[in-house]
Design a protein around this ligand. Sequence first.
Ligand code: NI
Length: 262
Amino acid sequence: MQSVRRWSAAAVAATLCGWLSTFAPAVAEDGRRAGFVGTAVVAAPEKAMPDVPAARPVTRTDCAKAKCVALTFDDGPMSSTAELLDVLAAHQARATFFLVGRNVAARPDLVRRELAAGHELGNHSYTHADLGRSSAAKVREELERTQEAIEQAAGVTPTLMRPPYGSTDKNLALTAKRMGMAQILWSVDPLDWNARDRATVERRIVKGVRPGRILLMHDIHASTVAAVPAILRRLAAQGYVFVTVSELFGGSLTPGKKYVQR
Ligand code: NI
């Protein structure tokens, strides 16, 4: 669960109320936090949804009962992320984005859109560094700079991180623990960065999926984004519900610990 600092109630309520489509673009255009929190954005959803508690984590699906799967997208945001967000919104699917800090700094508008749409944000280092083979100082710097970039862009502090290349060690585990982040690996990898082919990515994901699994993809590749509509359609037809990583685990993730599936 990401600790939402200022506008969690607005984001939650907006998502639930379904007037996000009018809400998100205004957020993206207006970079300032004050503008986001002010005026009708907060007031309207509270009226419409009086039973939505303030500052509560978004947990709408009980994955102990439902057939959950967590879509995760790494290495963004990039321009292709915008199209993916449209696709996810059209299918009312939520996902988790593991963000590269320098890309966050370049496209904070997309990070705000991700958050406003109810997706979860995670830390994927600042320069996509091999953290399992880096010094303690380097690991700390990579993770801290990325936390700061995400805080600046979207006003939330991630409680999840994914080591680039899945490369981790004891030092990273300790640093992640100290920084309050669980390590999220994956259980289905279609090697989309290598295939760069819509049909291949779709086939591998559909073949590998099981309830409780974490699917790894990259929103920086157009071929992956192109595969997502069919993936969502086919998995939804099998009864899958698309949840964030924190939601998949019912919000009970331990900082520093590694997770590959529920
Ligand atoms: Ni990566």
